[in-house]
Structures are given as structure tokens and as C-alpha cells.
Design a protein. Structure first.
Length: 348
């Protein structure tokens, strides 16, 4: 009697199948051993290429969607979500949007600013740096970030080279203003983040912000005609001569803002920014990155190695920005017993 196997013999695989299986398995182990980050790198590359293709599609279609446009939409979509946490105070997306509207209204009423005019910003890390930046951007102005560590001759060079109509100075930098004021061009209107001024012909901003309207300025003031149009001037440190201005376009800001997203950060992350906002790492990758994600940032006045991990624990920080020697300073701090360092994602 014939068995089942005789009536229906099992199919014999082709001779090349075992060899192919061994080859695939070998490639898997070779990849794991020699290229352990291959798939992670591939995913990152695909994300970057996808984002680049989207930007190119926008360019070909004539669509101009800026980081500022994204922020305004987020202020409508998630108005109560914290955007900036500064020295324990929470500034929501709506708070920042409304205060930047107030600043835009002040300059709209008191200065004859035109779309495309340049305004120089000399301020340290504080929420009003972002409020002034966004408020001027809503007027279609090009904002020049001035390095507050640069003094006198170099600072005057920065101001004259970007030819601003207005110079806005933070309250903690009035000593720097006093140094350059006698030599400053007479056609530059100076505003300080204070309610009173002891300087002649210097305008105050804080008192006018309180009285200004929160209504948005006309959309045509901030609408961009091209992704390649200039929107920021960011100066070099001047280590090899006088500082030079890098011209930053809307497209470059969009690319920088996509960095945290490309590295895997999400809207649930809390980003710790200790770098100076006049630097592109803090402003474009940091603030711009938070907007791209719709996330929250913790803004520090100045980097402090001794307070760094305490701040991270206090605010449940999940992402930090690393640049230069920052990590070396942190590693050189004395070990404190009883403090456990949380897992952290680093972004450059």
C-alpha cells in the first residue's frame, strides 16, 4: 500500500535557497557587528530626504510656509501648552503670540518701519528676546542678532554693517549701550526694554507694550514672497577679525528647525536651551526646533554647569543641546551622592 508521502511528495527547494539563506544570515551578523547603526542611519537619511523633497515641492508650487507661520498656527491649535519656561515662569504659545503682537503694534505705531527693514537686537537670553524677534518678524523686518559679548568697536561695526533702522537693547545691557551710544549713527532709533530712560533720545519699550493692542498686524506685512529671502543676520564671534554677518533665509530656518525632529524628538519632549539666543544653535535649532515639533523649551539665562542637572530634574527635561565644550564642563563637575542622572537625548 502506498503512503501519503508517495502520493504527494514534499516539494524540494531549489539548490540555491540554502545558500541564499546562509548569505542573508551572514549579512545580518556582519551588519550587526560592523555597522550596528545602519538601520537607524537609514531611517534618519530617509527622513531628511523626505523633508528636503517637501521643501522643494513647496518651492516649485510657490508655497511659502515659514517657521513664524507654523508658530501662529500652533498658538491657535494649542494655546495653553507651555512654549517657554523661564526661571519657573511658564509662557504658553498664546502668551508669546499675544506679547509679540503687542510689540509689533508698538513699532507699527511709533516707527515708520517698512517690510524688509532691518532691526538690530542686543539682548540676553530672556522671553522678551523671542517676543521682540517674533514681533518684528510679524512686521516683515529682518532681525540682526547681536552678540552681547562683543564690545565697543566690534559692536559698532556689527551695527553699522547691517544698517538697522532700530536698535533694541535689553535692560541688562544698558552699560554696553552707554559705551557705544556717543558713536552710534544718528539715524538709528534706539529702544530699551525698560519703562524709563536716562539716555537722551532713547525710547522705552516696556511701558508701551503694556498699553498696546494684542491684535495681530496685517498678514501682508509678514507674508514671505520667497523662501530664499533674508530674514535674519547672525554674526560670527569675530575671532579672526571683525564679526561678519551670515544672511539667514526662511529656507535655512526651516532646515535648522527640522533638526530636532530628524533626530527623533517629538512634541512631548522638553528641550533645555542654555546656549545664547544670538547663536543659530539656540535660535534656529532650539526655538525653531520647538516650533517644528510643537514642543516646550526651558530657557536658561546663562549656562551653569553646577545648576544644569538640577534644572533637568526640576523641569523634566528630555532633550538638551550640545555644542563645543558643554559636555566637558558637565563631566568635570564633582559627583553629588543621591543624584541620579536621567536618560537624555543630545542634539547638536
Amino acid at each position: 500500500m502506498r503512503g501519503w508521502d508517495d502520493l504527494y511528495p514534499l516539494p524540494v527547494p531549489p539548490s540555491w535557497v540554502p545558500g541564499a539563506a546562509v548569505g542573508i544570515l551572514s549579512l545580518h551578523f556582519i551588519q550587526k557587528f560592523f555597522f550596528p547603526y545602519f538601520w537607524a542611519d537609514l531611517r534618519y537619511l530617509l527622513k531628511v530626504l523626505t523633508y528636503g523633497a517637501r521643501m522643494e515641492m513647496y518651492r516649485l508650487q510657490g508655497r511659502v510656509v515659514t517657521v513664524l507661520d507654523k508658530f501662529v498656527k500652533l498658538a491657535e491649535k494649542q494655546p495653553h501648552k507651555p512654549f517657554i519656561i523661564y526661571e519657573g515662569t511658564v509662557h504658553t504659545y498664546r502668551d508669546v503670540d499675544r506679547r509679540s503682537n503687542r510689540i509689533a503694534q508698538v513699532f507699527l505705531q511709533h516707527e515708520a518701519l517698512k517690510k524688509g527693514d532691518t532691526v538690530a537686537l542686543l539682548m540676553g537670553n530672556e522671553p522678551d528676546f523671542i517676543h521682540v524677534w517674533f514681533g518684528l518678524a510679524k512686521l516683515g523686518c529682518v532681525v540682526a542678532f547681536l552678540n552681547f559679548n562683543v564690545r565697543f568697536r566690534s559692536l559698532l561695526h556689527c551695527v553699522s554693517s547691517c544698517e538697522p533702522k532700530i536698535l533694541v537693547v535689553g535692560a541688562d545691557l544698558l552699560g554696553t549701550l552707554e559705551e557705544i551710544l556717543p558713536k552710534l549713527q544718528k539715524d538709528v532709533s534706539v529702544w530699551i526694554m525698560a519703562k524709563e530712560s536716562t539716555f537722551p533720545n532713547v525710547h522705552t519699550l516696556l511701558d508701551k507694550i503694556e498699553a498696546a493692542s494684542e491684535d495681530p498686524v496685517p498678514v501682508n506685512r509678514c507674508s514671505a514672497n520667497s523662501l530664499k529671502s533674508a530674514v535674519l543676520y547672525i554674526f560670527t564671534s569675530g575671532t579672526t577679525g571683525l564679526p561678519k554677518a551670515a544672511v539667514i533665509s526662511h529656507l535655512q530656518i526651516l532646515k535648522g528647525a527640522a533638526g530636532l525632529w530628524a533626530f527623533g524628538a517629538t512634541s512631548e519632549d522638553i528641550i533645555y536651551i542654555t546656549l545664547p539666543l544670538y547663536h543659530s544653535a539656540a535660535s534656529l535649532l532650539g526655538i525653531g526646533g520647538c516650533i517644528q515639533l510643537g514642543a516646550t523649551c526651558v530657557l536658561k539665562k546663562k549656562f551653569s554647569a553646577s545648576q544644569f542637572w538640577n534644572d533637568c530634574r526640576r523641569y523634566n527635561v528630555t532633550v538638551i543641546q550640545y555644542i563645543g565644550e558643554l559636555c566637558r564642563y558637565l563631566c568635570n563637575q564633582p559627583v553629588v551622592s543621591g543624584i541620579k542622572v536621567m536618560p537624555i537625548c543630545l542634539s547638536v
